[in-house]
Write a protein that binds this ligand. Structure first.
Ligand code: PXG
Length: 464
């Protein structure tokens, strides 16, 4: 076999990648022309590519490398676990030490009576579990008609058929026959894009009350659960107005609808608390977790479930599970990740140091001519690009045209900052230092300046 290594020329690796590797969420034909960027190693908050560029990763991979890259402790634990017990399942009345220890630790960290964990290999799988679990829960309680799960437009809950149906991404629904039955979507609390002349507070309340209207229209006896991200991530880091979540909680309580908080991005310190639900002051019955659970070092996800839901589900066999539910290596890696997060007080670092420092600099970006609003919670932030800050206008070009230009400028300036439409988003490793935040902001400003020049030159700086 010919060895393919880091030392091969970039173009050769790109050609091989284009020939055989299908990338997710990518027009692969287009990418093959251009050539994918090849990441060869990483340390702390910095990626190295095959050309030797040092890139500040302000997305923590895909929102997941919370403790930063290059922690040997996780590699050591993985190697030890692979030697001792690389795999065993948790199906047929068996268990193993890493999964016992991890479930106990998660139960300790999770708020309230969220004391039980059903493991999966990813966030998508965990949300598929949640669909079946809440429907089965109501069936067990003698109310099988309660099968509708209410979600939100522009939500992201994963890419499998079930989780993609929960999500509210219309481009995903257009491919492959989604959504599955009995998923209902209400509007998102995105004031910047959809709030019109309403104040953010009134708008937050209105959008929350759409949940109540939906329950009344669909019938209380039909609705099983409401699922939402505490702060929408992939939808563009949409921070809801302060009025939103208290009203959602009130409605879930009033109609006894299960509340599922999708903590796949918000969990494990991202918002400045262990869970986004704590930051938003909500009491979910189920939390979806993945990503920061292992800081992305090994694939693992799960559902953290309340005492009550676990008791109801536990009454008979729940015909559900994955080969890699509670995988021993992933469990051991996740446990070591949680040890580091806890012992190094990384959530405290976010709250006391990194988030306040980043917030000041991030919000100051609104002095840039392209930047309308800047939103940030803990270590997830977004800026809205606009040709008119007062009217919050969109550009007179297909959505995302300007955002894409900005993202390309960021990449050229060794910064990974993503775009969702014409919003730019960041979600850096939680361990980022103030000096590294300075670099992030410097590169973001340079990229915004270059984007502004290009947008004007191409005649795109006009409102829709
Ligand atoms: N829930 C949320 C809130 C997520 O952000 C998932 C579930 C699914 O997790 P898995 O592990 O199955 O990917 C996610 C994943 C993006 C992007 O473009 C975001 C995610 C995944 C891929 C791309 O921002 N989030």
């Amino acid at each position: 076999m010919n060895a393919i290594t880091n030392h091969m020329p970039t173009a050769e690796l790109q050609a091989l990648d284009a020939a055989h590797h299908m990338h997710p969420f990518t027009a692969n034909g287009e990418l093959a022309e251009k050539g994918a960027r090849i990441i060869t190693r990483a340390s702390g908050v910095t990626l190295t590519d095959s050309e030797g560029n040092q890139i500040l990763d302000a997305m923590a991979g895909l929102w997941c490398v919370n403790i930063g890259y290059g922690r040997d402790e996780l590699a050591d634990v993985a190697a030890r676990q692979m030697r001792e017990l690389p795999y065993y399942n948790t199906f047929f009345q068996t268990t193993h030490v890493p999964v016992i220890a991890l479930a106990k630790k998660i139960a300790e960290l999770a708020p309230g009576d969220l004391n039980h964990v059903f493991f999966a290999g990813s966030g998508s799988e965990a949300n598929d579990t949640n669909i079946r679990m809440v429907r089965h829960y109501w069936a067990r309680k003698g109310k099988p008609s309660k099968s509708i799960i209410i979600s939100r437009k522009n939500a992201y809950h994963g890419s499998s058929v079930g989780s993609g149906s929960l999500g509210g991404m219309s481009a995903m629904h257009e491919q492959g026959g989604l959504p599955i039955p009995d998923i209902h979507h209400i509007n998102q609390p995105n004031w910047w894009a959809e709030g019109g002349d309403t104040t953010p507070e009134d708008f937050g309340l209105q959008r929350a009350q759409e949940l109540e209207q939906a329950i009344l229209e669909l019938g209380e006896d039909r609705v099983a659960a409401f699922i939402a991200e505490p702060v929408q991530g992939a939808g563009g880091v949409i921070v809801p107005p302060a009025t939103y979540w208290p009203e959602i909680q009130r409605i879930c309580d009033k109609y006894e609808i299960l509340l599922i908080a999708d903590e796949v991005i918000c969990g494990f310190g991202r918002t400045g608390n262990w869970f986004g639900s704590q930051t938003m002051g909500i009491r979910p019955d189920i939390m979806t977790i993945a990503k920061g659970l292992s800081s992305g070092y090994a694939p693992i996800g799960g559902s953290i479930v309340s005492d009550e839901v676990a008791a109801v589900i536990g009454g008979d066999e729940f015909n559900h599970g994955y080969t890699y539910s509670g995988h021993p290596v992933s469990s051991a890696v996740a446990l070591e990740n949680l040890r580091i997060l806890e012992e190094e007080n990384i959530v405290g670092h976010v709250q006391d140091v990194a988030a306040p420092y980043l917030k000041d600099k991030w919000e100051a970006l609104t002095d840039h001519p392209l930047v309308g609003e800047a939103k940030i919670v803990g270590m997830m932030g977004s800026i809205a690009l606009t040709p008119n800050k007062e009217t919050r206008a969109a550009f007179a070009a297909p959505a995302g045209t300007v955002g894409y230009i900005c993202r390309e400028r960021c990449f050229a300036n060794n910064l990974v900052m993503r775009h969702v439409g014409d919003r730019m988003i960041i979600s850096p490793p939680l361990v980022i230092t103030p000096e590294e935040i300075d670099t992030l902001i410097e590169r973001a400003r340079l990229s915004l300046d270059e984007c502004y020049e290009q947008v004007k030159a191409e005649g795109l700086y006009t409102a829709l």
